[in-house]
Design a protein around this ligand. Structure first.
Ligand code: FAD
Length: 394
């Protein structure tokens, strides 16, 4: 990687894990990234490699066979993996959202049934189903319903989710829905506060996976809609009380946001590394373009952006580990790191000139991939809303 890495000191264990994942990303992930992007195919053997390293159990508690990673470890793994492929890092972070929900809200039996396998083999792959076609930034507007059937002691899910990462490859989903009351006293149309979350295996009748989205970037990652058509799950699969689901989702997403911010740093660092190496080799006017002051200033700005973003990620991790309210810090990290990813990848393409606009060089893919970090797990505008609330003490 280019230049000394800035960031608060890692423990020996955190540094060892980072080095291990960096090596795996360089040797096993990055070499597959261009082909996976071109064919829009998720590299399943890379996923198996992640499982062998124990990374599919990153956020699974140790007593359930996982890694029980702290926030800093979660962040450094996400950064290192995204340096190899954002599509792979995204798939892992969504799997981790699902395992985190199960670990925090599942019953002992559910944890025992699902978590050890999800941690050790990475299967079934987890999904997190919050967004809907008409409810993105404001998930409270969701229209997916869950109606309790007292005769069978089941909930019946109906509705449509959108943008679900791991949609085709996933085996188990955390699904957010509004509990519809049988007696019509305050149904899903009348109240926002009856949202809860359900554990839904993908092979349940009525769980229908839609077509794979064709995307600007992150093309190896599997993004689909999912429809629930009278999809029945046992009542025990309801993970939170009605009305507690949305706050649970936001809590899970705040943790996840640190991971996305770290991924953005990884993408930006990868683009910076490519730019540095290309600028050193490419000659114009009888000298490497790295000797041209304009290029040097670009690289200086890119390097500063990456370091600043990484520091914000580390600060959010520090606050989380200290048990502080880190919502604003996580939003600052996500906002600034995703902005760094888009601007640094943009400049990396510029430094490559016309070659940067071709698929021959990785910066083309990094540029397309980076944009998503400003959108998913809360757009930049939503991050700024959260930060402003913090500023005004609201
Ligand atoms: C590749 C990909 C993978 C994804 N994976 C998942 C997943 O696994 N699970 C999941 O549940 N979701 C997933 N998402 C969904 C993602 O989180 C949403 O796309 C995102 O939250 C934005 O919602 P939206 O697309 O509906 O945009 P909208 O909410 O419609 O926003 C449109 C624009 O309006 C702005 N806006 C909206 N409200 C406000 C406001 N109050 N103030 C200021 N600006 C505002 C937004 O910032 C944006 O610029 C994924 C999306 C993509 C593209």
């Amino acid at each position: 990687m280019t230049g000394a890495r800035v960031g608060s000191a890692l423990t020996d264990e955190q540094a060892a894990i980072r080095d291990l994942v960096e090596e795996f990303a360089a040797e096993e992930v990055r070499p597959t990234a261009a082909a996976a992007d071109e064919t829009e195919t998720f590299p399943e053997d890379v996923w198996d490699g992640l499982a062998e390293l124990g990374l599919t159990g990153l956020t699974v508690p140790e007593e359930h066979g996982g890694f029980g990673a702290d926030e800093t470890t979660y962040a450094v793994v996400n950064e290192a993996l995204a340096h190899g492929s954002l599509a792979v890092a995204t798939a892992l972070s969504v799997h981790c959202l699902a395992t985190s929900c199960l670990a925090e809200f599942g019953t002992d039996e559910q944890r025992e049934t699902w978590l050890p396998e999800m941690a050790e083999t990475g299967r079934p792959v987890g999904m997190f189903c919050l967004s809907e076609p008409h409810a993105g930034s404001n998930p409270a507007e969701m229209s997916t319903t869950a109606t309790y059937d007292a005769d069978t002691d089941e909930y019946v899910l109906n509705g449509e989710k959108q943008w679900i990462t791991n949609g085709r490859r996933g085996g188990v989903a955390i699904v957010f829905a509004k509990v519809a009351r049988e007696d019509g006293d305050g149904g899903p149309d009348e109240t926002d506060d009856a949202i809860t979350q359900f554990l839904v295996p993908a092979d349940t009748d009525g769980f229908e996976v839609g077509k794979k989205e064709e995307k600007l970037g992150l093309r190896a990652s599997d993004t689909t809609g999912i429809t629930f058509d009278d999809c029945r799950v046992p009542a025990e699969n309801r993970l939170t009380e009605p009305g507690k689901g949305l706050s649970a989702a936001f809590r899970t997403l705040t943790e996840g946001r640190i991971g996305i911010a770290a991924q953005a740093v990884g993408v930006a660092q990868a683009a910076l590394d490519e730019a540095e190496s290309y600028a050193t080799e490419r000659e114009q006017f009888d000298r490497p373009i790295a000797d041209i002051q304009t290029i040097r200033h670009k690289v200086a700005e890119m390097s500063t952006d990456v370091s600043a973003a990484r520091l914000l990620v580390r600060e959010a991790c520090r606050q989380a580990e200290a048990g502080e309210d880190y919502r604003v810090a996580a939003s600052k990290a996500k906002y600034r790191a995703s902005e760094a990813a888009t601007s640094v990848t943009n400049e990396a393409v510029q430094i490559h000139g016309g070659y940067g606009y071709t698929t021959e060089f990785d910066v083309e893919r990094l540029y397309r991939d980076a944009k998503i970090t400003e959108i998913y797990e809360g757009t930049t505008e939503i991050q700024k809303t959260i930060i402003a609330r913090g500023v005004f003490g609201e």
